[in-house]
Design a protein around this ligand. Structure first.
Ligand SMILES: NC(=O)c1ccc[n+]([C@@H]2O[C@H](COP(=O)([O-])OP(=O)(O)OC[C@H]3O[C@@H](n4cnc5c(N)ncnc54)[C@H](O)[C@@H]3O)[C@@H](O)[C@H]2O)c1
Length: 286
């Protein structure tokens, strides 16, 4: 089945399932893959969560992503779904594959951030973090893999971890634990799925300029020395975490890596943990 008129590009004719696609990196991934010829199944929670202090995406954000994909002349199925709920992901995939005909690429990108020392953080915040940032990635894979295997054409699964999936940071042990778990999940799945020519890799961004980090919670976490830190104060501290002289990376930088891993250019790359970190893994600063 065609995924849109004149499908050309590095993922032409393929269909990608992206969680957390309403905004930020997920939207950027959707647009980048669509620009390179893919049709998109986009899902997002589109609602608030008890442990998350910054605003999450809205239904309007998800509709904007869908419109932007269509503006690129690509087909899209956008559905509200919660990575804490396997049945909601299965429903979204069932709708999307019925409409678009196949599944080739999976971007398990949805995630949240909250902070606090182990002493401060209660069990609800721990549970919510693990349920979304680790178990949610597992559910995304669980729901998608049958379609990839049944398609018989191989596939590419890209799990969004973080620099915090390879290195530890204080005051977010639950995030660090979840993201390290994602790194392990990618490596384990790479072994299981290789016989089906399904590749599984993880990406590990440093700070990315999205709503997840451009908020007061993050500013305070990075600048505990200041009473009322702002974007510029955060930029200074954020820049110090990497080697390259940049304040943070852009969502588009992560999308470029995701596109590479999704495309046949990476056809023999599986089980890799690819940093997009401006050198942060080589610094002592966190
Ligand atoms: N921004 C950063 O600095 C950074 C760095 C490293 C890794 N990451 C990771 O990148 C991914 C994308 O984050 P982002 O920077 O685009 O932030 P973002 O907050 O803009 O996007 C995250 C999206 O996930 C959605 N989401 C949250 N919980 C969900 C759930 N239960 N079900 C479905 N969707 C849900 C949100 O509504 C939101 O649209 C996350 O996994 C995050 O942990 C971010």
């Amino acid at each position: 089945m065609s995924t849109g008129p004149m499908s050309t590009g590095r993922v032409a004719g393929k269909v990608a399932f992206i969680t957390g696609a309403a905004r930020g990196q997920g939207r950027s991934h959707a647009l980048r893959l669509a620009a390179e010829g893919a049709a998109i199944i986009a899902v997002d929670l589109c609602g608030p969560l008890p442990s998350v202090e910054y605003p999450l995406a809205t239904a309007e954000d998800l509709a904007d992503t869908a419109r932007a994909v269509e503006d690129l002349d690509r087909r899209v199925v956008a559905v509200q779904a919660d990575v804490r709920d396997l049945a909601s992901l299965e429903r979204a995939l069932s709708l999307g594959v019925a409409e678009l005909g196949r599944l080739d690429i999976v971007s398990a990108n949805a995630g949240i951030l909250s902070s606090g020392s182990l002493a401060e953080l209660g069990e609800p915040a721990w549970r919510e973090m693990i349920d979304i940032n680790l178990s949610g990635v597992w559910r995304t894979c669980k729901a998608s893999i049958p379609y990839l295997i049944d398609g018989g054409r191989g596939g590419s699964i890209i799990l969004t971890s973080s620099v915090a999936g390879l290195k530890s940071y204080p005051n977010m042990a639950h995030y660090v634990a979840a993201k390290h778990g994602v790194t392990g999940l990618a490596r384990a799945l790479a072994i299981e799925l290789a016989p089906h020519r399904i590749r599984v890799n993880s990406v590990h961004p440093t700070q990315v300029d999205t709503d997840m980090i451009q908020n007061d919670v993050m500013y305070r976490l990075f600048r505990p020395d200041l009473a009322n830190p702002g974007r510029a104060d955060f930029a200074e501290a954020s820049r110090a975490t990497g080697l390259l002289p940049v304040d943070w990376v852009e969502a588009a930088d992560v999308s470029s890596v995701l596109l590479f891993l999704a495309s046949d250019d990476a056809r023999y790359i599986t089980g890799a943990a690819l940093p997009v970190d401006a050198g942060a893994l080589l610094t002592k600063l966190s």
